[in-house]
Unconditional design. Structure first.
Length: 187
């Protein structure tokens, strides 16, 4: 019983291109740390995500490269997440204000997902409606990236990043956040 993540870059036609990241996460394991590798052989580390504390409602996670250098910090926005799942992405060393806010796009779907989880028996069935996240610049309110579920029953997502956002933040932070949206929220 394990979650397996494969991240592909898009090819010229927008389809599935080259594998750029691979992770294997055991279920029911503490999720305070996981590693993404460059390929399925697991011989070369792309990045690591590590929680600063094991249990914390507003947990912060360091995203580090293979040498341990922090590429970005991600924090759960606990209060805002009560209505719609919300995360903050911070630049390294700049944790006073988020660089991007990652938030569920639809309030209606977010509420429906929460109600679904509380229904007896039904709550054990995976939520089958497609849900999406936007990466929002907190200063301008513009969407810098989007994370869309593209299949109904399997967990396949598409991450589109604006060129400007990709130059301001290490692209591996977007990859890590994409995996985190599934792994840490049990999607």
């Amino acid at each position: 019983m394990a979650n397996q993540y494969k991240v592909y870059e898009a090819d010229e036609a927008g389809g599935q291109g080259k594998l750029i990241a691979f992770a294997h996460q055991k279920r029911f394991a503490f999720r305070e740390k996981f590693t993404l590798y460059n390929d399925e052989s697991k011989s070369s580390i792309l990045l690591e995500v590590q929680a600063r504390q094991v249990i914390d409602f507003g947990a912060r996670y360091d995203i580090k490269d293979e040498s341990g250098k922090i590429l970005g910090v991600v924090g759960k926005a606990f209060g805002a997440s009560l209505l719609k799942s919300t995360w903050h992405i911070f630049q390294p060393g700049q944790e006073d204000a988020p660089h991007l806010i990652v938030r569920e796009r639809s309030t209606g779907l977010a509420i429906m997902r929460r109600l679904w989880e509380f229904l007896p028996i039904v709550g054990d069935i995976p939520f089958f409606v497609k849900y999406h996240f936007d990466f929002i610049d907190p200063n301008t309110g513009t969407v810098q990236a989007s994370y869309d579920k593209v299949t109904t029953f399997r967990d396949n997502y598409r991450l589109d990043v604006d060129d400007k956002a990709a130059t301001e933040l290490d692209p591996r932070v977007f990859v890590a956040m994409g995996v985190m949206l599934d792994a840490l929220q049990s999607r």
